[in-house]
Design a protein around this ligand. Sequence first.
Ligand code: GLP
Length: 251
Amino acid sequence: MRILYAEDYEGMSFNAAKVMASVIINKPDAVLGLATGSSPVGMYEDLADWYRKGIISFRQCRSVNLDEYVGLSPEHNMSYAYFMRENLFKNVDIDMKNVNIPSGLAEDGDAECARYDAVIDSLGGIDIQLLGIGNNGHIGFNEPADHFPLGTHRVTLTDSTIDANKRFFASRDDVPRFAYTMGIKPIMQAKKVLLVASGEGKAEILEKAFFGPVTPEVPASILQMAEDLVVCADRAALSVIMKKHPECVEK
Ligand code: GLP
């Protein structure tokens, strides 16, 4: 595991964008596992900027997103499909035929989960999986549980996740209660995992996830066993780790 320190959100975004860009440059048809949330927005901006400058191209890239809210159409402005279009896809040259996101409107949830796992398999796995981290340690929408769910599944969002995500919706009642999320297996099988975290609110959970016991109660803790994990975080998010394990942080 590498933990890359940055002073602030911009620095964290820049570090993360470099990791992602290097994968794309070395493998132009890379399979990118993509994530939503406020943490990767700056990284997506840097990548779009480098695309405009001709430094990188997404033309041959394939992508699989981590998750989607059940019940939201791709046109809904709170859907993750919409988020991805606005924050990355419309700003780069990715072929929308190569973009994959679970369908929030699927009528048969089990069939949708099986379809999504088959999509990931058909791509031959993920070259780089980008992740944020929830306040409760969730990755994608893999919420704290008594086991690590391996495949794509439908989750009931926890109260803490609904509270954390209500800032994006008109009211708490508008936050969907369910989501589809990629499971832990394709995340762990990814050749590289890149986790981004910013702000003091993530400081405790980052330390718990990467220096505490590996347990499904903290889903991100499984990443301690990932083959190639890079954590890009800013000073505020690293404040607890810097205190307890300063030797583990690369400045
Ligand atoms: C959501 C997403 C996660 C994301 C998390 C953290 O719940 N499903 O994939 O990592 O929020 O979001 P943020 O980066 O806004 O803190």
